[in-house]
Design a protein around this ligand. Structure first.
Ligand SMILES: NC(=O)c1ccc[n+]([C@@H]2O[C@H](COP(=O)([O-])OP(=O)(O)OC[C@H]3O[C@@H](n4cnc5c(N)ncnc54)[C@H](OP(=O)(O)O)[C@@H]3O)[C@@H](O)[C@H]2O)c1
Length: 269
């Protein structure tokens, strides 16, 4: 497959590496031009292109930029993309970072908002795993503790393509239904970033509370803003604990203790 990636940051760069290793042809773009992506291209085998070229004749496109940047994308970015082509949205809405997006604050599902701006149906995937886990927790099919990730979207074909891609790059795919269901793994829900197995994931999605998620999200974002260098592996432990996983794991409680120390201003490593 030829896969285009818009965004070459934490998530875009890891996906470029994974898709390249799985044998796909990858083109990648950022906002500043291909000349700023020479190192990443060399390291991942992806071809750096301009934003005008990134959707050219691709079989799948990944959008992995902050949500505040979605309205700034070129209006004709997807104009020549056939309607059923999978467009993956990894985005998460964080008002602290993105500013207020009123429609989403009023309850619009994040990826529906993005799809409307792009004028193309999108598939929500890869938004509920940290870049750290995405880079480091890929495992062969059948391995114990393989991380499961949900995929939601309205186009059945596009959803199947993305489910297949997930499996190829080392994660258990889980069909989470239509895009209307994707709020179940937006920030502030139990399925947000705890690296669950395929056995654990459905229960976490079921337990999501739509009214409480934005408050949980904002509280977590405020806390993390105070400790920006807190290790991502520890963040995952905290996410697992708050999802009700690992409650008997002493390392999870150690992460809580470390967060407390970090919040007091004395991060120790
Ligand atoms: N970090 C994580 O662990 C994580 C996990 C899951 C989901 N997500 C979500 O995935 C999205 C990307 O996150 P990230 O952490 O990878 O972001 P990031 O490291 O900040 O990278 C953002 C990338 O988007 C590019 N970009 C921004 N505006 C653009 C535009 N108008 N046109 C083209 N490219 C543009 C940036 O290019 P320039 O540098 O040239 O501006 C940069 O390459 C966010 O919505 C985030 O919430 C993040």
């Amino acid at each position: 497959m030829k896969i285009g990636i818009v965004g070459a940051g934490n998530i875009g760069s890891v996906l470029a590496r994974h898709f390249g290793s799985a044998g796909h042809v990858v083109v990648i773009a950022n906002s500043r031009g291909p000349e700023t992506l020479v190192g990443l291209a060399r390291e991942t085998g992806a071809t750096a292109v301009s934003i005008a070229e990134v959707a050219d004749k691709v079989d799948c496109l990944v959008l992995t930029i902050p949500m505040k940047s979605v309205p700034l994308l070129p209006r004709n970015l997807l104009a020549r993309l056939p309607a059923g082509t999978p467009v993956i949205d990894t985005g998460n809405y964080y008002p602290l970072r993105d500013g207020r997006i009123e429609e989403i604050d009023r309850g619009r599902i994040e990826s529906e908002w993005t799809g409307q701006i792009l004028r193309h149906s999108v598939i929500k995937a890869f938004n509920n795993i940290t870049a750290y886990s995405l880079a480091n927790k890929s495992l062969p099919k059948g391995a114990a503790n393989r991380v499961a990730l949900p995929v939601a979207g309205d186009d059945q074909y596009a959803r199947q393509v993305v489910l297949g891609l997930l499996d190829q790059i080392g994660f258990d795919p889980y069909d989470a239904g239509t895009l209307a269901e994707s709020w179940r793994y937006q920030p502030g829900t139990p399925a947000y970033c705890p690296d669950p197995t395929l056995t654990q994931l459905p229960g976490l999605l079921q337990r999501a509370d739509r009214t409480k998620a934005p408050g949980n999200r904002d509280q977590a974002a405020k806390m993390m803003a105070k400790v920006p260098d807190f290790p991502p592996s520890e963040l995952v432990r905290l996410a697992r604990l708050s999802a009700g996983l690992d409650i008997f794991n002493p390392r999870a409680w150690l992460a809580v203790f470390r967060l407390g120390i970090a919040m007091l201003g004395g991060v120790r490593r």
